[in-house]
Design a protein around this ligand. Structure first.
Ligand code: SF4
Length: 680
């Protein structure tokens, strides 16, 4: 059996895989992300390749159609809406599952040719707060960390990150490094005790959103104890004095930790030179997510613990190509190549490179607002690609209604029936993992190839090709005349080169002469280069910025705080992972973790059903009584959809509350009430 070298389609670790058409799956020992390791999800990929439930032909108004009619319908609906209502009357909602080539042409079409920035992505739910925090601190969305740093750190601080279930191979790498170096310390900061806490030397159970009080407290402690790097601050950082003054006004006990826990953490952090702070959704998915990111970055900048091996802040992304989407500007507040929509020179450079008729001068609608725009009637034509917002966004029932309110909806997907696809006027069959070719960028900026090892099923086509065919029908054939994904990748690399005159971080010159077919996993700008090693950042003065951050007011305790997240063996809405029986065996039904005291107060016994009521909906799930979740808090997985569990899917419960800077939904702190479910 010939095995094809490709990349896992699940999380942002981006593990290399050797895959065969017979379902053989092996970890790629030569891939620097995993060196042959895989997790349960990656290992079971071979069981997810059947065609059951696949969308194999286009559909128009619920009937099978040919490609010509389906593409004509999409192009005509978008052209008509733009003609009658202007470019901001249309929108794309895309996905971190798309490959970079798909993202590139979608962004080029919406921004350079339609002339709107109404393209946003489900990655908004994943890492938008980190993007915003990076830009505020560094001047660009630069991730300084590498996986290698995890193995060289003396102290790893995992904040709001259940790495053991959500980035399992990174967890495996840390566990292996810790076994070799018993002096390595791991601290897990999380309101919930998780599988990751078992690896940690210390689990610090903060209150929800207690991160800012904690990291402001750390900054204040560093200042009080002479542990700041004064030379680094003088030469490379602005804003330190007001930031420290603000931090000193806070009370670190608002984090929920005892004085002894705080002191132990502060002393360990300040006395350890090589500290990596890894953070993910527990930080990002918050009403104050961007501020949390900056509170963490402030501590690293204040001590110069950045730009060195084994040292630095490190945001790990949830999705396989969230990073690639950021690079090509596939978000409503970005242009392309890490450039800014609001900057006229940046706009001109991108428009000149694309030789395009237009370019938006203002940001578009971010995910939650985009669907509000659908509900309000502002959006007249919507194209959703490779994602299922009718169940995955907060206030999911409201989002489903909003989609129904749009006069024309196209959905590209691999599956025939999804909660979102059922609302479409036109369904476009896309190729899936193993059937399509392209590139993805993982959490450490490493670009790897996804390669096809199976034929395209039925009439399915790759997303980049579908987008280009619609663009051609809208009158822009020459600008979207790509024959292969390699052509798209080459233009993307050239576009980055053309805009490097602005001295930004996105230097992809290492890929300029690369053979696409043989492309090996490569970090940008170079495998051996470390961002910020020279102390140079991307603000106009060349310095990084520390930002004064205030901790949020303590939460009210009259309702439960519902945290949502992932199970170990499932991915998103289980479209793919739900096909593997052994993955389904891990946690087979929706559940809610509830503290024993809360369960007793509600007269809930093990295996009883619990009804959760949010402002916009309710859910009924099995009680899992455990001290892993603190009193007053609940946890439930977000994988089940309306189609899979009519009562047990949770995003209907959530209010569409977002971080005001990043627009990322606050999925960890939903306010709900709970009661024992009594069937009537
Ligand atoms: Fe795939 Fe992530 Fe598991 Fe690696 S850790 S095999 S990328 S799901």
């Amino acid at each position: 059996m010939t095995l094809t070298r490709t990349t896992c389609p699940y999380c942002g670790v981006g593990c290399g895989i050797l895959a065969g058409a017979d379902g053989t799956i092996k970890g790629d020992t030569e891939h620097p992300a995993n060196f042959g390791r895989l997790c349960s999800k990656g290992t079971a990929l071979g069981e997810t390749l059947d065609l059951q439930g696949r969308l194999l032909a286009p559909q128009v108004n619920g009937c099978d159609a040919n490609w010509t009619d389906a593409l004509d319908a999409v192009a005509q609906a978008f052209s008509t809406a733009i003609r009658d209502h202007g470019p901001d009357s249309v929108a794309f909602y895309v996905s971190g599952q798309l490959l970079t080539e798909d993202y590139y042409v979608a962004n080029k079409l919406m921004k350079g040719f339609i002339g709107s920035a109404n393209i946003d992505t489900n990655s908004r739910l994943c890492m938008a707060s980190s993007v915003a925090g990076h830009k505020r601190a560094f001047g660009t969305d630069t991730v300084p960390g590498t996986y290698d740093d995890l193995e060289h750190a003396e102290l790893i601080v995992l904040v709001g990150s259940n790495l053991a279930w959500c980035h399992p191979v990174l967890h495996q790498r840390i566990a292996a490094a810790k076994a070799l170096r018993p002096d390595m310390r791991v601290i897990n900061i999380d309101p919930r005790k998780t599988a990751t806490s078992a690896l940690a030397d210390t689990h610090l159970r903060i209150v929800p959103d207690g991160d800012i009080a904690l990291f402001n407290g750390l900054l204040s402690h560093l200042a009080q104890n002479g542990a700041l790097n004064e030379r680094y601050l003088r030469d490379h950082v602005s804003g330190a004095a007001p930031t420290i003054a603000q931090a000193q006004q806070g009370n670190p006990r608002d984090s929920g930790l005892s004085q002894a826990e705080l002191l132990e953490f502060f002393n360990l952090w300040s006395r350890t030179e090589k500290v990596v702070t890894v953070y993910s959704q527990g930080v990002n998915q918050s009403e104050c997510g961007t501020d949390k990111v900056n509170a963490i970055l402030n501590c690293h900048l204040a001590t110069g613990r950045i730009g060195k091996p084994g040292c630095g802040p490190f945001s790990v992304t949830g999705q396989p190509n969230a990073m690639g989407g950021r690079e090509v500007g596939g978000m409503a507040n970005m242009l392309a190549n890490h450039l800014d929509i609001e900057n006229p020179e940046h706009r001109e450079a991108v428009q000149t490179f694309w030789n395009s008729p237009t370019i938006p001068t203002h940001q578009g609608l971010k995910a939650v607002d985009l669907f509000k725009g659908c509900a309000d009637g502002k959006i007249k034509a919507l194209w959703i690609m490779s994602t299922n917002p009718a169940v995955s966004l907060p206030d999911a029932d409201g989002v489903a209604k909003a989609i129904s309110n749009v006069p024309f909806v196209a959905v590209s997907d691999i599956m025939a029936r999804t909660d979102t696809g059922d609302l479409a006027d036109v369904l476009l069959p896309a190729t899936g993992w193993g059937e399509k070719d392209g590139t993805v960028t993982n959490s450490e900026r490493r670009i790897s190839r996804q390669r096809a090892f199976l034929p395209a099923p039925g009439e399915a086509r790759p997303d980049w090709q579908i987008i280009c065919e619609v663009a051609a029908r809208m009158g822009w054939k020459d600008a979207f005349n790509f024959a292969t994904p390699a052509d798209v990748f080459a233009e993307y690399i050239a576009s980055a080169a053309a805009t490097m005159t602005f001295g930004r971080d996105l230097d992809l010159s290492i890929f300029a002469d690369a053979d696409y077919a043989k492309l090996v996993p490569t970090q940008w700008p170079r495998n051996d280069m470390r961002f910020f090693a020279d102390g140079k950042f991307y603000h106009p003065d060349g310095k990084a910025r520390m930002l004064p951050i205030s901790a949020p007011a303590p939460r009210t305790k009259d309702v439960f705080t519902l945290n949502t997240g992932r199970n170990r063996d499932q991915w998103h809405t289980m479209t793919r992972s739900g096909k593997a029986p052994r993955l389904g065996a891990h946690l087979a039904e929706p559940y809610v973790e509830i503290h024993p005291k809360d369960a007793a107060d509600l007269s809930v016994s093990p295996d009883d059903l619990v009804e959760l009521l949010g402002p916009n909906g309710k859910s009924v799930v099995r009680a899992l009584i455990t001290e892993r979740t603190a009193k007053g808090q609940l946890f439930t997985p977000m994988h089940w959809t309306r189609q899979q569990s009519s009562a047990g899917w949770v995003n209907a419960l959530a209010a569409p509350v977002v971080d005001p800077v990043s627009g990322q939904p606050a999925s960890k702190t939903n306010k709900v009430t709970a009661r024992k479910f009594a069937a009537t």
